[in-house]
Design a protein around this ligand. Sequence first.
Ligand SMILES: Cc1cc2nc3c(=O)[nH]c(=O)nc-3n(C[C@H](O)[C@H](O)[C@H](O)COP(=O)(O)OP(=O)(O)OC[C@H]3O[C@@H](n4cnc5c(N)ncnc54)[C@H](O)[C@@H]3O)c2cc1C
Length: 498
Amino acid sequence: MTARNGGAYLERLRTHSPELWVGSEKIVDVVGHPATAGAAAEIARLYDLQFEDGNEDMLFEPADGDGPVGVQFLEPRSREDLEQRHAMHKKWADSTLGMMGRTTDFVSAMLMAWNANADFFGDNADKVRDYFRHVRDNDLFLSHAIADPPVDRSKPASRQPDPYTYLGVKEQTAEGLIVSGAKMLATAAPYSDEILVWPFSLRKFAPEEKPYAIAFAIPTDAPGVRLICREPFGGGNAFDQPLSSRFDEMDAVVVFDDVLVPWDRVFINQDYERVNRIWEINSNAFTGAQTSVRLMAKLQFVAGLAKRATEVVKTDQFPQVRDALGEISTYIELTRAAILASEAGATPNQDGVLFPDLRPLYAIRNSGNRWYPRVREILQQILAGGLLYQPADVSAFDSPIASDLAKFYRGPDNSSVERISVFKVAADLAVSAFGGRHELYERFYAGDPMFLRINTQFNQYDWTEPLGLIDGLLATSAEHARTAGSAEPDRTDGGAAA
Ligand SMILES: Cc1cc2nc3c(=O)[nH]c(=O)nc-3n(C[C@H](O)[C@H](O)[C@H](O)COP(=O)(O)OP(=O)(O)OC[C@H]3O[C@@H](n4cnc5c(N)ncnc54)[C@H](O)[C@@H]3O)c2cc1C
């Protein structure tokens, strides 16, 4: 009942394989199947990191636990705790080059906030606390499924073609809720032990949406839970697909086919008013820290890749290439600054748990979804046709065209193998299907970019200071006008144009 290593993670995944569909194939061994094996091994590596020499700060002893557990579950009560969480996120993000957005420290950050503000759940508060301890002490991998399937976006849940298109409650039994319907794009669900489910909607829930106003946790291998995967990008070799062969975290639609959710895992039961207030938990303060640290790692990786690739072909001497690389490093430093500002401005909740300042984290969420597509565009602009200047696969090095490769695919200071291996990485990010999915991910993982920005930077934004400045100017201009004896209109006439 303490932190686990990669072997224990893989063993549990092997023995609790979810019902996973890739096309018509039912994958029964997530750990061994070529499409999923690479990412499963990478996730196992994250668990192993917790036990590596020098990484002692990735574990801590909770006062109410039986031994060391992962720092992803640490409720921060001091600046040092926040920094320890930050360092943990960064180690995991660096290990996956920022290519896995939903490593389990994302949903555990969410659940940790739920635990810290468990009173929000009213009568179910203790269930949330128990569940948090269960996940922490078993070091479980969680994914989350919150978005609804895009069947008819013009209508709310209750008016979809079938009442159980969107996930809703069908029945209440002595054992728990029977739920049916689907949730979209649970990233990393095939690799997870359990799924945290709650509703995420652009619409406010009305009383008739009650059956859909539910939050619960369910093991990924629970009877009736089916995962339908998108096209896998894994399965290739590490030379030709250096990123997609290892870091395809997979996205899956989760189908709930009359699934029993036991009462002890039901956190919100058909309570639409509570669902409409779910933001009060403030879990974005912690998920925002994870996503910002992960974005920083990804931007650093892309910057390093772009620098190395342009050095190889000596385009790094051109000013527009340097300017473009400088644009990426600017985004890195803005992200770093926002993370530090969020820690410096952290405030305690009623129980002394320090919540990072959301404002800089929201600013990064609302920028990262626009920066990343731009960064991918920069890769295409500065590496240009070089992204496709590659043999189809590694077998070419051992073929009659090997001498062509040696001559035409080299750089001035690099062999053809060295040059091609760098550009294969770049191509995997800039032009492959895996790379396209990454762009989509960064645009949308936190929700629709336009509504996200309206909600966080306009509706919820504290306009006091900006308005204070304009109002201050207007007040002093009146005074200046009086002192200078210049004309000043009567400000009390309501501004009527008459
Ligand atoms: C790679 C990837 C990974 C993801 N991972 C997860 C995950 O792990 N868990 C999870 O739960 N979800 C995940 N998602 C889903 C993500 O939360 C949604 O993509 C996001 O919230 C946007 O919703 P949508 O894709 O359904 O777009 P839609 O809501 O269908 O929007 C499509 C377009 O229609 C517009 N639109 C839609 N509704 C309205 C409206 N009411 N009024 C005005 N305009 C509207 C939008 O502005 C947008 O331009 C993932 C998505 C991607 C792409």
